[in-house]
Write a protein that binds this ligand. Structure first.
Ligand SMILES: NC(=O)c1ccc[n+]([C@@H]2O[C@H](COP(=O)([O-])OP(=O)(O)OC[C@H]3O[C@@H](n4cnc5c(N)ncnc54)[C@H](OP(=O)(O)O)[C@@H]3O)[C@@H](O)[C@H]2O)c1
Length: 232
């Protein structure tokens, strides 16, 4: 089992101060009745971050044996480098929203140098940067449409083509549509980890079954298009 948690979001603002990070982790450890976390992520960039101060907090946690590995979430490459420059250990993870229904990480890469909306790089080439630097992308909300608007799986009104395609491939590979939604992420060569949320153990098993499926290029791009995306 790997225990991972994150900190840095407070009501109405973001806080990567040393005091807040140390206090957050102590609270997490107390609530989980454990002595250490395997992984701590900084949740969303704090515009007022002082890299040296934040790095000092992380180092204190490491030296005290309270956290073994570190990463960030929703960070672009320059933000990662800013913190990395001050921190002696490698930041290993970047948790980003990505699913077949939320694709800014891959969209602009397929539309380089064109006069269309899709060419707008909304992430600063985060996917490519993470691949180049061996930072594992963790895909949050792998089944959600929009920003917490509910799962796209089963939404035949907004995503009929995607659901039909997921069902078709689910039958082909003897998994569920949930498995196909996971397969779309794990088929990507970036070796993403899928951070699904569920109240059902069976959903985790369905996702795991999908993670082994070698979708063909035609199937991967077909799902992307069925979600309403364009191949320029
Ligand atoms: N870093 C960040 O900024 C950030 C932000 C948000 C979330 N996260 C992380 O991502 C994790 C997952 O996020 P999430 O829970 O929003 O995303 P999710 O895994 O995409 O969605 C989970 C929801 O989808 C439902 N679901 C899954 N498959 C379904 C299907 N086939 N039909 C109908 N409903 C289905 C689940 O219901 P069941 O309970 O029935 O399975 C659950 O309510 C969170 O726990 C959190 O750790 C990170």
């Amino acid at each position: 089992m790997i225990l991972q948690s994150k900190c840095g979001i407070r009501p109405g603002y973001y806080d990567f101060s040393k005091e807040h990070i140390l206090k957050s982790v102590d609270g997490i450890l107390q609530r989980l009745h454990t002595e250490y976390l395997d992984i701590l992520l900084l949740h969303r960039p704090d515009a007022l971050m002082e890299p040296e101060e934040t790095a000092e907090a992380l180092q204190i946690l490491f030296d005290a044996g309270k956290v073994r590995y570190f990463g960030v979430s929703n960070h672009n490459p320059a933000q990662i480098e800013l913190l990395q420059r001050a921190f002696g250990q490698k930041l290993l993870f970047n948790q980003m929203q990505v699913s077949v229904a939320h694709t800014p990480l891959v969209d602009s890469g397929m539309a380089v140098n064109m006069f269309i909306d899709q060419s707008i790089d909304r992430t600063g080439s985060t996917l490519e940067y993470c691949r180049l630097n061996n930072i594992t992308i963790q895909a949050w909300s792998p089944f959600q449409k929009g920003f917490f608007e509910g799962p796209f799986l089963g939404d035949m009104e907004k995503y009929p083509d995607l659901n039909h395609k997921c069902e078709e491939l689910a039958e082909k590979y003897s998994v569920t549509p949930t498995g196909i939604a996971v397969a779309w992420l794990t088929r990507h060569p970036a070796n993403m980890q899928v951070i699904l949320g569920t109240t059902k153990a069976s959903r985790v098993l369905e996702g795991c079954a999908g993670s082994d499926i070698p979708l063909t290029r035609e199937e991967w791009y077909g799902l992307y298009q069925a979600a309403g995306n364009m191949i320029p």
